[in-house]
Design a protein around this ligand. Structure first.
Ligand code: TMP
Length: 236
């Protein structure tokens, strides 16, 4: 399958059309941004690492009954995907308090959440992806109540699969962000799951092994991404 025209360029990926109208190619870049583009940089080989991790995790989810857009890994940086009409909702699942949850509600970082928190954000860079609830999403016309219910239950099911998978690899899945889209009347998981979109802490030391190293200039960014790749791909 070959790329034709570029459909879209995002902060971390490009998406290309192909000769099959149901298929697109996601190309993973090394560009890194944080705080909605206010911080910009690049992480060497991030595109290769995130494509490999995402393909592995999407395959894991498919084998656990979660439908995703993944068709196959095409090359180091390319993922062949089903075309999605992207739902403009970012679904965040949190198992441990960190990031904006700490800022917004005053949790101590590292607090274990007895019940995972599921949050919805409007996918709109111009508005800085504001937090919203179901009725905002419906009023804005980005999804129906039925679709929001599907997104939330799908996100919870994904959390159970990923939390166990990462724990087996000595990683705590602190929180993560998911995106979904419509394809032929079905809702599929889209985008990527990688250290860009998850917080992952070492189970024993709580060392941060994700994009927070880039966001907060903690150093060792490439090493953290490679370590996650090693644990996800080599420890089978
Ligand atoms: P937050 O604590 O900054 O709200 O982030 C929650 C999770 O979502 C974290 O794992 C990082 C991920 N995330 C994205 O993937 N994209 C985003 O634009 C933001 C804000 C967070």
């Amino acid at each position: 399958m070959k790329k034709t025209t570029q459909l879209y360029e995002g902060k971390a990926k490009k998406v290309f059309l192909t000769s099959d109208s149901d298929l697109v190619i996601q190309e993973f870049k090394d560009d890194a941004t944080a705080f909605n583009n206010k911080k910009k940089g690049s992480i060497a080989e991030k595109g290769v690492v995130n494509n490999a991790i995402s393909c592995k995790l999407f395959t894991l989810l498919e084998s656990n009954g979660v439908r995703t857009h993944l068709v196959e890994k095409l090359s180091d940086r390319e993922m062949l995907c089903r075309y999605l009409d992207i739902i403009k909702v970012e679904v965040v699942v949190r198992n441990i308090a960190a990031g904006s949850l700490v800022k917004r509600y005053g949790f101590a970082e590292g607090t274990l959440l007895e019940t995972p928190i599921v949050e919805l954000y409007l996918k709109d860079d111009d508005l800085d992806d504001p937090l919203m609830n179901d009725s905002h999403a419906v009023a804005l016309g980005v999804a129906t109540y039925e679709e929001i219910a599907v997104l939330k239950s799908r996100a919870e099911a994904i959390n159970l699969v990923l939390r166990k998978f990462f724990a087996d690899r000595k990683l705590k899945l602190v929180d993560f962000k998911l995106e979904f889209g419509r394809n032929k009347g079905e809702i599929l998981l889209g985008d990527e799951i990688s250290p860009d979109t998850c917080r992952l802490w070492d189970l024993d030391t709580n060392e941060k092994l994700d994009k927070d190293r880039f966001r907060f200039d903690l150093g060792g960014v490439e090493d953290a991404y490679s370590e996650v790749q090693r644990r996800v791909l080599e420890l089978d």
